[in-house]
Design a protein around this ligand. Structure first.
Ligand code: PMT
Length: 423
C-alpha cells in the first residue's frame, strides 16, 4: 500500500521559475499513489507546458476559467469538490496576494475559494519580494485562516542570483509534506470524548525569529515537533486545540487551529489573546529571551569593522504573563537546560508561577531540540498538585506527548470549562 493511495491532490501551478520542478513533484505524488489533477495559471505556462504535466499526471491540464469544453467535463466546482488537498507550488507573491483577498479572477483562485479542502501553499519568489512588508502582511493574514497550510519557503541561492529566503521547497520535501499531511488526517480523528473533552488547550511551538535587519535574525534549533505532537495528542484526547507556532516546517492536522507567528512579541500577543479563552496553556516554544534593540531598515553592511555589537533587549515572558491572567488557565511550561536540569526547572516553575514544568535535558544533542525523540521529567507545583515528579524515559515525541497529555488531564482541577462569553 502506498502512503497517498486514493488521495486526490489538486496541484495548482503559478508563474515562477520553480514551476519547472512540478513535473517531478507530480511524478513523486503519483509514485506515492495519489491521483493528481493539475491547474495552471496563465503565467505558469511561460515556465512549463500543460502538455508535460498532462503526460506526467495522466490527466488533462486545466488552464482557463471560462473554458466551455472543460466546464462540460470536470468544471471548476467539481474540481474544488474532488480535491482532498490543494497544493499550490510554486505560489507566487501575486498569487498569495490574490488568494488572501478572495479574488476569483482565474481558475486556480476560483477553486481555492470554492474548495472545502485544505490549501497548502509552497511560496517561491525573490528574497526581497518575500521580505516585503506587503507579502509578510498577506502571509500573516493567510495564517489566520486555519484551512491554509504554509510549506516553505526554503533559504538559498535564487534563480535571479540573490541568496536568501524564497526558494520553493524541493519536490521530495513537498511530497514528504503531503505524506505527513495525509498521515495526520488519517490518524487523528476529532474526539468528542476523552480525558480533555470540552477543554480548550492553547500550545506554543517552534522557535521565534528576532529580526536584526531585513535578511538576518536571531533564532534557535527548535523544530516545533514537540509542540505539534502535544497538539495532536491533546486533540486526540478530545480538546479543542489552538497551536501558536513560530516558523516551522511541521504540518498541523485540520482539526487544530493553527496561528503562525514569527517573533516573540507576535507570539506573546497571540498567546495572551488565546489564553484568555482557554483551560490549559502549554508553552513548548523555544522563545527568544532577547531581541535586537533596533532592527536595521536596510541590510547591515560589514564595512571595514573587525567586529560589531548588537544591543539586545528582553522579550516579554509568555508563560509567566499567561500565569498572571485572572482567571488564569492551568499553565504548563518547559525548561530546556544543559546542566542542573531539575534545579533550574524547579526555580522556573516557581518564578513563572506555573502549575507544571517539563524539564528537558538538552545537553544530549540526539534528543530535545530538533530530534524525533525526547526524554523529560515532569515536575508539579505543590500548590496545584501533590503528585511526585515523574521521569519519562527516551521515546518518540509523539509517544511522550500522549503520556504528558494524560498526566496533565489527571492533574487539572475538575472544573467546568471556562465560559468564554462571561469573560
Ligand atoms: O521544537 P523541538 O525541536 O521539538 O524541540 C522541543 C523543545 C526542546 C524546544 C521543547 O521541548 C522545549 O524544551 N521547549 C522550551 C524551550 C525553552 O526555550 O525553554 P526555556 O527554559 O528557555 O523557557 C522556559 C519556559 O518559558 C518555556 O515553556 C518557554 O516556552 C517559556 N518562555 C521562555 C521565554 C519567553 N520569553 N517566553 C516564554 O514563554
Amino acid at each position: 500500500m502506498n502512503k497517498l493511495d486514493n488521495k486526490n491532490i489538486l496541484l495548482g501551478i503559478t508563474g515562477g521559475i520553480a514551476a519547472y520542478k512540478c513535473a517531478e513533484l507530480t511524478r513523486l505524488l503519483k509514485k506515492q499513489g495519489a491521483n493528481v489533477q493539475v491547474v495552471m495559471t496563465p503565467a505558469a505556462e511561460a515556465f512549463i507546458t500543460p502538455l508535460t504535466l498532462q503526460a506526467v499526471s495522466g490527466n488533462p491540464v486545466r488552464t482557463q476559467l471560462l473554458d466551455p469544453t472543460a466546464e462540460a467535463g470536470m468544471g471548476h466546482i467539481e474540481l474544488a469538490r474532488w480535491a482532498d488537498l490543494v497544493v499550490v507550488a510554486p505560489a507566487s507573491a501575486d498569487f498569495l496576494a490574490r488568494v488572501v483577498h478572495g479574488f476569483a479572477n482565474d481558475l486556480l483562485t476560483t477553486i481555492c475559494l470554492a474548495t472545502e479542502a485544505p490549501i497548502a501553499l509552497a511560496p517561491a519568489m525573490n528574497q526581497a519580494m518575500w521580505h516585503n512588508p506587503i507579502t509578510q502582511a498577506n502571509l500573516a493574514k493567510i495564517a489566520t485562516y486555519p484551512h491554509f497550510l504554509l510549506w516553505g519557503p526554503a533559504t538559498g541561492e535564487q534563480a535571479c542570483g540573490d541568496n536568501g529566503q524564497g526558494r520553493m521547497l524541493e519536490p521530495h520535501a513537498l511530497t514528504d509534506c503531503v505524506v505527513q499531511w495525509a498521515g495526520v488526517s488519517i490518524t487523528v480523528t476529532p474526539s468528542h470524548s476523552g480525558p480533555l473533552a470540552g477543554k480548550k488547550v492553547v500550545i506554543t511551538a517552534g522557535p521565534t525569529r528576532e529580526a536584526i535587519d531585513p535578511v538576518r535574525y536571531l533564532s534557535n534549533q527548535s523544530s516545533g515537533k514537540m509542540g505539534f505532537a502535544l497538539a495532536e495528542a491533546a486533540a486526540s484526547a478530545g480538546a479543542q486545540v489552538t497551536l501558536i507556532c513560530g516558523p516551522t516546517q511541521q504540518v498541523a492536522p485540520s482539526n487544530i487551529t493553527r496561528i503562525d507567528v514569527v517573533s516573540a512579541q507576535e507570539m506573546h500577543a497571540a498567546s495572551l489573546d488565546a489564553a484568555r479563552q482557554c483551560d490549559i496553556f502549554i508553552g513548548a516554544a523555544a522563545v527568544a529571551d532577547f531581541r535586537p534593540h533596533t532592527v536595521a531598515k536596510q541590510k547591515i553592511k560589514k564595512g571595514a569593522a573587525a567586529s560589531m555589537q548588537i544591543e539586545l533587549i528582553k522579550n516579554p515572558d509568555i508563560v509567566a504573563d499567561v500565569a498572571q491572567l485572572n482567571p488564569k488557565p492551568w499553565v504548563v511550561g518547559f525548561a530546556a537546560e544543559t546542566h542542573d536540569v531539575i534545579g533550574y526547572a524547579k526555580s522556573k516553575l516557581q518564578r513563572k508561577g506555573l502549575d507544571m514544568i517539563i524539564a528537558n535535558d538538552v545537553s544530549d544533542p540526539s534528543i530535545g531540540f530538533n530530534g524525533d525523540n525526547n526524554a523529560v521529567t515532569v515536575i508539579y507545583n505543590n500548590a496545584s498538585s501533590d503528585a511526585e515528579p515523574r521521569s519519562l524515559p527516551e521515546n518518540t515525541k509523539q509517544a511522550l506527548a500522549a503520556q504528558l497529555i494524560s498526566l496533565i488531564a489527571q492533574a487539572i482541577p475538575n472544573r467546568a470549562p471556562l465560559n468564554i462569553t462571561s469573560l
